[in-house]
Ligand binder design. Structure first.
Ligand code: N15
Length: 271
């Protein structure tokens, strides 16, 4: 049985974030006292940007996903002017802020996140969902510090810490910057970029100019700074994911067996 929700079922609290199409608020479901994140989208904004179709599809996909490392979409409702998405609340907030605070993560923390993300992506790929846009801005932290993929994909201005006009290139693999065919292995590349950023605090192909980032990605111009100190096992894993030929990238099931993951990741996903 599906319940029909209305705004009256919720008490709205403090804002958690702002986006192009609307805002996210802390909210409490009155009957159950359940705390959620309520995303409020403006129908007129959605219409103007012609993304209604895209959002309907995303809601359809997302509402069927059940994984501890994927943010839940519990349901949605709408009134004359707005669409409301009832999302899982992630009490420890945005991962990129945690990364900014700490500058970079320990190998134990990075490996735990990588292991959780690999398992979440195996689950998604099994459901034929690819390109989850896995960058720090799209990741949230649960009550125990578990990592959660929360796809903000279409709301491009939501938590954009890199003040670029047309978004960041940093996570795009060569086949996407060169716009040839791509498949699920784009997510392996993005996860490699993310692993590097967890350990060094900056993405690997960062450059002042867009054109320079393109060039570095195309060449897979991968360099490991001498500071902070990172183990050779971690560097080896990153090198096996950031491979130009997409069919040669280390698949997620192999990543989970990699010595660096086996020796460093906390299997509870809590860190
Ligand atoms: C089309 C639709 C199905 C996509 C559904 N997914 C989203 O809309 C993705 N999305 C998730 N957009 C915003 C959020 C979001 C969920 C943003 C912030 C939070 C959230 N859950 N919990 C938070 C949250 N918790 C916090 C704790 C401290 C500080 C900030 C916090 N943000």
């Amino acid at each position: 049985m599906e319940k029909r929700w209305t705004l009256n079922d919720f008490e709205i609290g403090r804002p958690l974030g702002r986006g192009k199409f609307g805002h996210v608020y802390l909210a409490r479901e009155k009957k159950s006292n359940h705390i959620v994140a309520m995303k409020v989208l403006s129908k007129s904004q959605l219409k103007k940007s012609q993304v209604e179709h895209q959002i309907r599809r995303e809601v359809e996909i997302q509402s069927h996903l059940r994984h501890p490392n994927i943010l839940r979409l519990y349901g949605y409702f709408y009134d004359q002017t707005r669409v409301y998405l009832i999302l899982e609340h992630a009490p420890k907030g945005e991962l990129y802020k945690e990364l900014q605070r700490r500058k970079y993560f320990s190998e134990r923390r990075a490996a735990t996140y990588m292991s959780s993300l690999a398992r979440a992506l195996i689950y998604l790929h099994g459901k034929h969902v690819i390109h989850r846009d896995i960058k720090p801005e799209n990741l949230l932290l649960g009550a125990q510090g578990e990592i959660k993929i929360a796809d903000f994909g279409w709301s491009v201005h939501t938590f954009d810490r890199r003040k670029t006009m047309c978004g960041t290139l940093d996570y795009l693999p060569p086949e996407m910057v060169e716009s040839v065919d791509h498949d699920a292995s784009v997510d392996i590349w993005s996860l490699g970029v993310l692993c590097y950023e967890f350990l060094y605090g900056v993405p690997p192909f960062e450059a002042k100019e867009h054109s320079e980032t393109y060039r570095r990605i195309r060449k897979v111009d991968l360099k490991f700074p001498s500071k902070p100190i990172v183990s050779s096992a971690a560097k080896e894993l990153i090198s096996q994911m950031l491979v130009k030929e997409s069919s040669q990238r280390l698949p997620f099931n192999k990543l989970l067996e990699h010595p660096w993951i086996v020796q460093n990741a906390d299997l509870s996903g809590i860190c």
